[in-house]
Design a protein around this ligand. Structure first.
Ligand SMILES: *Cc1c(COP(=O)(O)O)cnc(C)c1O
Length: 222
């Protein structure tokens, strides 16, 4: 199977209102170009440095999504161009993104990452923390970020019932949290679902899926 065919297959099997982020981490420029040449323009990376290198070499109309855990001291390297940051898991990080966005006179879109998996290794905040950020006066003053929704990752398990329950929980949190109002809060996006679980995620209300290996093949971390 080719990258182009894989992409086409996925797009043909998801609703038109669900956005597909092609996760290109660890994959070479040529692979991204193959996807780009089919008309696909939305790519996700999980390391800031790798994303910056790819940004420099690829067409400038690509929408770059940062999906990985963020190191605050590296936010500055992507502030000029990043389109959406999925993995914001603290107010401190949000303030740093705001500060760096301001230097470039931009507004950077962010998703708050909510921890739904039971695994200790997964990042993210709990729903109470998200609530207290969204209702704080300090948050409302951040003019160079916009929270456009939430992101979550299900447990790494073959048990699809566990995965479904976790996505259901995230959707419930989304419904609760989206009732808050602030100029910099426009919660239209619920980012959940990867190669192994995106169908379940869509059934449970996902509006944005992040798919890597099903498009580009298995990753090799050597
Ligand atoms: C790597 C990654 C993905 C894509 O994983 P696949 O299983 O290859 O589709 C999605 N989301 C995040 C946060 C990732 O790190």
């Amino acid at each position: 199977m080719s990258i182009a065919l894989n992409l086409k297959h996925i797009k043909n099997t998801i609703p038109v209102n669900v956005e597909l982020v092609a996760v290109s981490k660890t994959k070479p420029i040529e692979a991204i170009l193959e996807a780009y040449n089919t008309g696909h323009k939305v790519f996700g990376e999980n390391k800031i440095q790798e994303m910056v290198e790819k940004y420099n070499q690829l067409p400038k109309d690509i929408e770059w999504h940062m999906i990985g855990h963020l190191q605050r001291n590296k936010v500055k390297y992507m502030a000029e161009f990043v389109y959406l940051i999925h993995g914001v898991d603290s107010f401190k990080t949000l303030k740093e993104i705001n500060k760096q966005a301001k230097k470039h006179q931009r507004v950077i879109n962010c998703l708050l990452q909510i921890k739904i998996a039971k695994e200790e290794t997964k990042f993210g905040m709990d729903v109470n923390e998200a609530s207290s950020i969204l209702t704080s006066e300090e948050f409302k003053l951040l003019e160079n970020i916009c929270i456009t929704g939430f992101m979550g990752m299900a447990s790494f398990t073959n048990n699809s019932e566990i995965v479904r329950e976790e996505f259901k929980t995230l959707k419930q949190h989304y419904n609760t949290l989206k009732t808050y109002t602030s100029n910099n809060f426009q919660p239209l996006t619920l980012s959940m679902g990867m190669s192994g679980d995106y169908q379940i995620a869509i059934e449970e209300g996902s509006t944005m899926i992040r798919v890597g290996s099903l498009i580009f093949g298995e990753r090799n971390y050597n």
